[in-house]
Design a protein. Structure first.
Length: 369
């Protein structure tokens, strides 16, 4: 059997292995944010797991280019694309923004802690920038409201740039995007104070860097011969190990290379030729991938409420992390908290995310001639 092949051209395929990896990355980001003194809290791999956000950017560019690069031919097409993307990310974003505003109103009414309501990262002005999805366009000196939503703001900028480039230069947009990606990477490595751990300040350059490398990869990957069989399995294992080792090791300016590592990961798993891909195609993992956006969006609010309760109950003797005096008990608490996050995320996915998607899809469906 030939160990090399080219991917079969499929116009609207769903990359389920990549979707499953997105779910895994969402879990790792939650673990990075979870303020519990568990066994894994001190692992370098978890302390650097903020880097998995860059997988989202690369995957988004790859999938968006695959789905839309050949379909945006007119301004009306681009408008429809922007409405669909807005409808994909905005409903969950607004749900969590409303939850945070509700928490702030409760703080104003009941004074349950010493924090001043509607100040700092929870200002009234920031509500409006969040509603417009521009909160991470260097308009605030810090994260605001639901912190993880900075990625949506950065993605929104990428969608606008993508639509404009495809309309203006449909044959060359990927190469123009490559130039923008290089500029984005250079800006992050040169000016971002914490390099790839940058959010509100250099969010857009960071996202552009990953998104447009993903677009370029999508344009090239159909023409790159791929391994099959055991060779493909070996390559998939090597890619996963390489990602884990790099994330655990990377600090400082070298973190900017993580986007290139994720480009390779997406290339390896897009073809779904090996046994690791088949494992990732398991329905449970595919479902986790479909829940990943809701998990990512709800987790910080739940952690915020948990921290308020933990401080009231003196569960944080060191002031920074929940610690019951036994690391095993801490582990159980962290696992239970993660399970609760998933339950709330599934409810949000079924009650808000999916219905909103269906509604937007109906609104933007092209009318039959």
């Amino acid at each position: 059997m030939n160990a090399l092949s080219k991917p079969a051209p499929v116009a609207h395929r769903r990359f389920e292995a990549l979707d499953s990896l997105r779910g895994v990355c969402a879990i790792l980001v939650v673990m990075f944010h979870m303020p519990v003194a568990s066994h894994w809290r001190s692992w370098d791999f978890i302390q650097h797991a903020y880097l998995f956000v860059d997988y989202f950017f690369v995957l988004s560019g790859f999938v968006i280019a695959h789905a839309y690069a050949a379909r945006l031919k007119t301004a009306a097409d681009a408008g429809r694309f922007m409405v669909r993307r807005f409808g994909r990310i905005w409903p969950m974003h607004v749900l969590m923004l409303a939850a945070y505003v509700g928490l702030e109103l409760a703080r104003l009414a009941f004074h349950f802690d010493s924090a001043a309501p509607f100040t700092g990262d929870r200002s009234v002005w920031a509500i409006f920038t969040n509603l417009a999805l521009i909160q991470a366009w260097h308009v605030h000196p810090h994260l605001t409201w639901n912190g993880p939503s900075w990625t949506l703001s950065a993605e929104w900028a990428c969608y606008l740039i993508f639509a404009g480039l495809v309309l203006a230069a449909p044959k060359r947009f990927r190469w123009i995007g490559l130039v923008l990606a290089i500029i984005g990477g250079v800006l992050v490595v040169s000016y971002a104070r914490r390099w790839m751990n940058t959010t509100y300040d250099f969010a857009v350059p960071r996202a552009v860097y990953g998104f447009f490398l993903g677009c370029l990869l999508q344009g090239l990957w159909m023409n790159i011969p791929r391994l099959k069989g055991l060779a493909a399995t070996g390559l998939e294992i090597a890619a996963v190990v390489a990602v884990c080792l790099f994330v655990a090791w990377a600090e400082g300016p070298v973190t900017v290379a993580v986007t290139l590592v994720f480009v390779v990961l997406v290339w390896v798993f897009a073809g779904e030729e090996g046994r690791v891909s088949r494992l990732l195609d398991h329905p449970a993992l595919v479902t986790l991938g479909r829940w990943s956006f809701s998990i990512y969006m709800v987790h910080m609010f739940i952690l915020t409420v948990m921290l308020i309760i933990a401080r009231k109950l003196d569960w944080m003797p060191g002031g920074r992390r929940v610690d019951f005096g036994s690391v095993w008990l801490n582990d159980l608490f962290a696992l239970g908290l993660f399970g609760f996050i998933v339950v709330i995320a599934v409810v949000a996915h079924n009650r808000v995310e999916r219905p909103a998607q269906r509604l937007i899809d109906r609104w933007t469906k092209p009318k039959a001639a």
